[in-house]
Design a protein around this ligand. Structure first.
Ligand code: ATR
Length: 269
């Protein structure tokens, strides 16, 4: 039996064990996947103890430990993790911990299953925190016409653009939100968690085929409601991204690719 876990503090809310046990059933793997609340002062020791068990293959890491998980795997991490300086997936290979950020793979997979190809699309990211840093690179690899980023604090948007340095990637001010005529607008901020709207303009949804909120809930988020009112053709929350980022981790650990559509449908709140 292969052992997995998710580390966070708090962690009781996590759906990861349910998601990964469904993936295991679908792919014929026998796994144990548990939630572990690591003490704030003792995250590194808790992870080390977990991986001391030779059955331990991998783990997920969530708030507030993603930056510390990056430190544990900095020498062996994927490009998005290096850009975000944060890791949500660790994989033990020959006694060494490899680190990944799978959020970008998860977002891209969910967008592709919703809208089809992203090639030639103008995509707008709102927000410039860790979530944006993890997804910008994978979105650029899908060959959009352009990728824009806007944020309440403009300097943070400029910093991400400068770190990623791609000619298609541009920081824009609130005044430019309308002129970029985005096809896909993604709210990468945490504003929906408090019922707030991020930086928006009511006229920016005219060409919008999909307004996507990385936050999910049983009801449409404030951003999704606003986007629909202002003309977005479709809206979607981040529940699909949650399941897809888990699927990307599962594939890293086991080499198997689970079917996600049924899992999304079954577990959606
Ligand atoms: P991280 O993902 O790195 O933990 P965060 O502090 O959660 O970062 O913030 C993520 C993003 O959400 C930031 O872009 C933040 O805007 P600022 O850079 O201006 O702080 C944005 N954000 C959070 N709450 C917001 C709100 N109520 N309105 C607008 N933007 C908000």
């Amino acid at each position: 039996m292969k052992k997995f876990a998710v580390f966070g503090n708090p962690i009781s809310q996590s759906l990861s064990p349910a998601i990964h046990h469904m993936f295991a059933d679908l792919t014929g793997e026998t796994i144990q996947y548990e939630k572990i609340e690591a003490p704030i002062e003792g995250f590194e020791d808790t992870v080390t103890n977990f991986f001391a068990d030779e059955r331990a293959v991998g783990c997920n890491v969530t708030v507030p430990f993603k930056e510390r998980a990056f430190k544990l795997s900095e020498a062996n991490c994927n490009e998005e993790a290096a850009t975000a300086k944060a890791v949500n997936t660790l994989h033990k290979v020959n006694g060494c911990l490899n680190g990944y950020t799978t959020d970008g793979m998860g977002l891209v997979a969910d967008l592709l299953s919703t809208t089809g190809s992203l090639s030639g699309k103008r995509i707008l990211l709102i927000g410039a925190g860790g979530a944006t840093r993890g997804v910008a690179g994978p979105l650029l690899r899908e060959n959009p016409e352009s990728l824009f980023i806007a944020n309440r604090t403009f300097a943070k948007a400029q910093a991400i653009v400068s770190d990623i340095a791609n000619p298609k990637f541009e920081a824009i001010t609130a005044d430019e939100l309308v002129s970029v005529e985005a096809h896909i607008i993604i709210n990468c901020t945490s504003a929906s968690l408090t019922g707030d709207l991020p930086v928006v303009s009511e006229s920016m949804f005219g060409k919008c085929e999909l307004a996507y909120d990385m936050v999910y809930s049983s009801q449409p988020t404030r951003f999704m409601q606003y986007a629909a009112e202002k003309g977005a053709a479709a809206t979607r929350d981040g529940f699909g991204m949650l399941v897809e980022q888990a699927a990307a981790a599962f594939t890293i650990w086991t080499g198997k690719t689970p079917e996600t559509a049924g899992v999304i449908q079954k577990l959606r709140p």
